[in-house]
Design a binder for this molecule. Sequence first.
Ligand code: AMP
Length: 306
Amino acid sequence: MVEVIRTKAQLRAVRAKLTGSVGLVMTMGALHEGHLALVKAALAQTDNVIVSIYVNPLQFAPTEDFASYPRDLEADCALLDTLAAPASAPAGVEKTGVVRAVFAPSDAEMYPRQPLVRIDPGPVATRFEGTTRPTHFAGVLQVVHKVFSLVEPDVAFFGQKDAQQLALVRTMVADLDMPLQIHAVPIVRESSGLARSSRNTYLSAAEKTQALALFQALQAGSKAAAAGASPEQTLAATRAVLSNAPGVRIDYAELVDPETLQPLTTSEDSSSTPTALPARGLLILAAYVGPTRLIDNMEVTFHAHA
Ligand code: AMP
C-alpha cells in the first residue's frame, strides 16, 4: 500500500531520505486514466515519485464546486497501488520509479493562515479560463509553488489537458528560476473522444453524449487546418460545431500559439502573397454541458495551399 502523508514535516522527512531523481505529480484526486498517465510518465522517468492529492480551496471561486468536488482518497490510493505491480508498466517503457508517497494534507496544514505573499500569474492568466475564473490561476500557482518547495522535485508532470495551467506553470518556473523541469503529458481521452476529467462524474448519460461535441469541434478545426484553412476559418469550423450542439453552451473557443497562448491570426504581410500561415496552433475551449463546465484543447497543424 502506498504511504499516505498528511503533514509537511512528514513529507520533508520522506523527501530527505530519497536517493536518485524525484518526480512529482500534483492532482486534486478522483483519479482517472489521465492522472495515471502522469504517474506512469513519472515512474518511467524518475526513480521516486510523489503524488499530491489536494483539492486546493485557493483556486476555486466561492460560486464554484469546491464543496461538491469528488473526493475518495481510498479509491485513489487503490488505483495508485495498481501501478505498483510490475505488470502495469506500459509496453515499451522501462519502469524504474516507485511511488514513494501520497501527500494529502488538510486545508489547515496547507494554509495555517490566509497567505499574505501571493503569486501574480501575469497577463496570460486573465484570458480564456481567467475570464470566467479570474482568481483561479493565482490559486493554482500558489499551491504549485508551495508543493514544489516542499518536494523539491527534479521533474514535475502536468497534463496537456489543462493547457493554460501548463503554460503558466512553465512561465513561473522560468521567471522565478525554479530548479526543476516541467514535463507535459498528452491528453487521455475515453474511447468516445471525451477528455477524461474528474468533473465528468457530474455528467448524466445524456450529458456525456452531448459533451462529445467538444472533441468533435476540435476535430473539425483540426481537419480544416490540415485541409488548408486559415486560422480564422479553423476557429470558425470549431465554433460552428459547438454552436450547433444541443445542450452545449460555449464559454470560449480560441486559437492560440501553443507556447505563448497569444491569439493566432493569418499574418497580413502586404509584400508577400499568399499571406503567411503559422505552422501550428492550439485550439482551446471551454463549454457548459448542463451545469458542468468542461475544458478541452487540441494542437492543429496548418497546411498552406501551393
Ligand atoms: P486535476 O486533478 O484535474 O487538477 O489534474 C491534475 C493533473 O492531471 C493536471 O496536470 C492535469 O492536466 C492532469 N490531467 C487531468 N486530466 C487529464 C487527462 N485527461 N489527460 C492528461 N492529463 C490530465
